[in-house]
Every structure is written in structure tokens, then in C-alpha cells.
Write a protein that binds this ligand. Structure first.
Ligand code: HEC
Length: 162
């Protein structure tokens, strides 16, 4: 009887353990808050942005305008897509800039919400990449902020409504 109980306990704990590992979020690793190249590794290898679910209001190929591409695709990470009213800390928004043919990838832009990073500019870290991941510029890029500030009421984003 005691043995039976022990076996039953073992089976129950084993199934609980399996269930827990199955229901664990696929990506528990937090995005780095360091350099644009570390972030590139994260968004292409650790947690590929192309697999992120898009915002309902900006899903699929969208029309863009200068300085961005004529066609754009927007990919928010899970934290961003589940944020309401404004982007929560650790939110990342990746934007692919395409040519009019909708195939030629021109550049990739990124915004990442960091704690106390730039309190007067929405705490966003900005980055621009070549399609192969070469960093064009990164950080508190004045040009990005000066234009996106006109959308400060929408947490500095143009295309998605929080
Ligand atoms: C002159 C204005 C302007 C400048 C400068 C600018 N942006 Fe944007 N940005 C926009 C507009 C407008 C959109 C909406 C998409 C579109 O119309 O192309 C946008 C969209 C984005 C998005 C998608 C999220 C959103 O806001 O909807 C990202 C990410 C982004 N920009 C990053 C950057 C980065 C990084 C820089 C600097 C390297 C930058 N932007 C510079 C105007 C600007």
C-alpha cells in the first residue's frame, strides 16, 4: 500500500513537472538594455521578431512615409502588444522598411522602452539597422525624438494607438 502511494506520488509530481515546463512562456529571457547590436542578437536569434504577433491596428504591410520606407511592417514584442494606454517597460517595437515592391528590405528601425532612460522623451531607446544587422545609429537619437515627440500623447508612436 505504502509503495503504491509512493509510486502514485512520483507519477503525480512527474506530470506536474511536465505540465509546468510545457506551459512556461517560450521566451523567458529578458531583452538586453545595452547596445543596439546586443538587441539585434536578441530580436533575430533569442526571440525572433518575425514570429511576434503584430498589433491588430497595424498588422501586415502598411503604407509608410519618409523618413521611413514607402511600405512598412510593424512587430511589437509581447510586452508591447499587451500594453494598454502606453508601452510598458521592456516593450520593443521593430519596424521593417520596405521599398514600393514590398520585397526589398531597406532598413530596420527599433524603439525599446527602458527604465529612466530618457524621462523627457518617453524613455525610448532608438536604433536603425541595415538589413544585415549593421547598426546605423543608436541611442537617444535627436532626430528620431524631435519628430516622434509630436506623438508624445500616444507614447511617441505614430502608427499604433495604445
Ligand atoms: C520626420 C519624422 C520622423 C523621424 C525623423 C523619424 N520617424 Fe519614426 N516614424 C515617423 C512616422 C510618421 C511613423 C509612422 C509610419 C510611417 O508613416 O512611416 C514612424 C514610425 C516609426 C516606428 C514604428 C512605431 C510608430 O511610431 O508607429 C518606429 C519603430 C520608428 N518610427 C523609429 C524611428 C527611429 C529609430 C528614428 C530615427 C533613426 C525615426 N523613427 C525617425 C516619423 C519619423
Amino acid at each position: 500500500m505504502k509503495r503504491c502511494l509512493m509510486v502514485a506520488c512520483f507519477i503525480i509530481s512527474l506530470s506536474l513537472f511536465t505540465a509546468c515546463s510545457l506551459f512556461q512562456p517560450a521566451n523567458i529571457k529578458k531583452p538586453p538594455m545595452t547596445t543596439a547590436s546586443a538587441l539585434w542578437q536578441y530580436i533575430t536569434i533569442t526571440d525572433p521578431y518575425t514570429e511576434w504577433e503584430q498589433f491588430d491596428d497595424t498588422a501586415g504591410m502598411q503604407l509608410g512615409a519618409p523618413p521611413h520606407g514607402p511600405r512598412i511592417q510593424i512587430y511589437p514584442n509581447k510586452i508591447a502588444s499587451s500594453s494598454v494606454y502606453k508601452a510598458n517597460e521592456s516593450s520593443i517595437i521593430v519596424m521593417e522598411n520596405y521599398d514600393k515592391d514590398e520585397k526589398t528590405l531597406l532598413t530596420i528601425n527599433l524603439m525599446q522602452k527602458r527604465p529612466n532612460y530618457a524621462p523627457s522623451a518617453g524613455n525610448w531607446f532608438w536604433a536603425a539597422y541595415e538589413p544585415d544587422g549593421t547598426v546605423i545609429e543608436e541611442g537617444k537619437i535627436k532626430r528620431c525624438v524631435e519628430c516622434h515627440v509630436s506623438m508624445a500623447f500616444d507614447d511617441y508612436t505614430f502608427i499604433h494607438q495604445w
